[in-house]
Design a protein around this ligand. Sequence first.
Ligand SMILES: Cc1ncc(COP(=O)(O)O)c(C=O)c1O
Length: 375
Amino acid sequence: MSTELGTRAWVEVDASALRENLRRIAHRVGPEARLIPMVKADAYGLGVLQAVDALEPMDPWGFGVAAVDEGLALRRHGVRRPVLVLSPAPREALEAAVAAELEVSVSDAGTLDRLVALAEGGASPAFHLEVDTGMGRAGIPSAEAEHWIPLLERARAAGVRWAGCYTHLHSADESAGSVHEQWRRFEGALGVLRARETGVLVHVLNSAGCMRCPEYGCDAVRPGIFLYGGGVGADQPRPESVAALRARVVHVRDAAPGTPLGYGSTHRAVGHERWATVCIGYGDGLPRGLGNRGEALVRGRRAAIVGRISMDVTVVDITDVPDVAVGDVVTFIGNDGDQRITVDEVAEMVGTISYEVLTGLTPRVQRIWVHDSTR
Ligand SMILES: Cc1ncc(COP(=O)(O)O)c(C=O)c1O
């Protein structure tokens, strides 16, 4: 495993696996639906600039982010494709967004008014109208679509481009029923707004939606977590593993029976135990809840995490793993030999979701993109 000398904790990101996961999404929804890979939150914690470079050859329609700053960073990096800012943006950020030709989300009349003012000042704003069909956090209520007809007309007359219309699914990872219900509301709003006739880009599906209900692929889809190796429901196909979280053993010791370990002395050696101290902790984003519960892979074997996880180090019980030495690599997420710990396994153990585990990795963890895997 090639890492720079002294790298203490790192996440290896497999660019080919990322592309393979997007390919699977594309295959699932069919050729009519263009791809808008979601690269918000630093591409779910894995490195946004490397992610867009890795995905660029797949000719996506554009990229999805949540914040105007994230969109501006893509433009600075040289991304020329459409960049869609999907969360409602603060009004103050709209001018910069429009100047950088980001396509912004509209959920309320005030935002549209601001875009009209910018158009009247000579800018060329473009927006995607979000329709709320049950998520509740943003979007115009689907039942109020009719009120928006004159607002959209006024915006059009002022030179504001209505580029897209979308909704966001809330439970596609759990069942198809809620997706059908949300689709029904969305379709109603599309009809009232005559969105299809206007030629706007219509998009609905997140990763789970793509896998469970590909029939709603429309003009484009917005997959996120599946690309980065997170599962989208127990009954759904698993993505290729993309991210491997690893760190080095920095200390090995024998512990006599009864030896206490870590903050709160929550573990004591039961018999003669051997412990390896690994230089990764919750300050790196390793969930503290894995203390005394989780496992890591050492020399291709599972080893229990013992004691509480500290900010900077974690101890694993290597009593049954022969020959462990300082400098060995320990895997907390990913493969080692025949063994694998998935990001979903980690998330479940600490009562959260893969999204939070990945985006929780801190800047102290080096992101190492691997481009030469054989895929
Ligand atoms: C509006 C929107 N679309 C698409 C996605 C991608 O969702 P997922 O990562 O579940 O595929 C997100 C992420 O939360 C989102 O907020």
